[in-house]
Design a protein around this ligand. Structure first.
Ligand SMILES: C[S@@+](CC[C@H](N)C(=O)[O-])C[C@H]1O[C@@H](n2cnc3c(N)ncnc32)[C@H](O)[C@@H]1O
Length: 247
């Protein structure tokens, strides 16, 4: 079932993701001005909009699986980027890009063997991958709150998770299998204090859960989760810096 994102609320409540995105783009600082860069899971394009300044003579591309997100990103980016709807597992480019970036997205993709293979195929030899996503242990306390709320108000969601929170060692192994010659992965705790915790939890954490409930039961479930969640949200991020090997 496709996850429906509330793109306009996400756009105004995703300050934590934008801060994480800035640290990912900082890792691209040596990129050639005429390079091509793909943002995977661009959301509303707030991180993507910083890319044209990094590659002023290059090309910026962006994909997202959600049409609502793509519509907002296109409105924001205009002709500064090519944005289209695509699942990263079906990623299909006319020609490889020099670099791929992704922020706060790839834990929403649960087949990581296929994922890293797809991304590797979209890069030329020596192409660069800079990623940040949820990693091993991410939002453990929030997940316990979700499980408790499911047992209380939404039994069909007991045991459901839309995420894969991978660890650094298994990810390095997958990257090498997918043809990356250099692969450095590390976890980083990021205790997070969103300005409006309720809106953030509904919009950034629960969209896949809420998509599986009838609309009239969504509020009760979300309220039960939010009542159990404590600040700071216990984010743990998986960072990936990798370079594709020569064939
Ligand atoms: C938390 S948002 C992050 C958006 C943006 N990178 C940012 O930092 O603001 C996660 C995004 O991943 C997208 N996404 C989830 N699964 C995807 C997939 N399989 N392929 C492409 N995009 C996906 C969602 O539609 C959503 O826009």
């Amino acid at each position: 079932m496709a996850t429906r994102w509330d793109a306009s609320t996400y756009d105004t409540s995703s300050a934590p993701q934008q801060a994480w995105g800035a640290t990912v783009l900082a890792r691209l600082s040596g990129i050639a001005p005429d390079a091509s860069v793909l943002d995977v899971g661009c959301g509303t394009g707030r991180v993507t909009q910083e890319l044209p300044a990094l590659v002023p003579e290059g090309r910026v591309l962006a994909i997202d699986a959600s049409q609502d997100m793509v519509d907002v990103a296109r409105g924001r980016l205009g002709d500064r980027a090519e944005v289209w709807r695509q699942d990263v597992l079906d990623l299909d480019l006319d020609e490889p890009v020099d670099a791929i970036v992704s922020t706060a997205t790839l834990h929403w993709v649960t087949d990581h063997d296929r994922l890293w293979n797809r991304l590797g195929s979209a890069l030329p030899p020596c192409g660069v991958l800079e990623v940040q996503c949820g990693g091993e242990g991410n939002i453990q306390r929030v997940r316990e709150a979700i499980d408790a709320a499911a047992r209380e108000t939404a039994p069909e969601l007991v045991g459901f998770s839309p995420w894969l929170f991978a660890g650094p060692d298994e990810t390095e192994r997958r990257l090498r299998t997918a043809g990356f010659s250099e692969a450095r992965c590390w976890l980083e705790e990021q205790p997070t204090y969103p300005e409006d915790m309720g809106t953030f939890v509904r919009t950034s954490i629960l969209p896949a859960h809420l998509a599986r409930l009838p609309e009239q039961r969504c509020e009760q479930f979300a309220d039960t989760v939010i009542a159990r969640v404590e600040m700071p949200l216990d984010y743990v991020r998986l960072n990936v810096s990798a370079v594709r090997g020569r064939d």
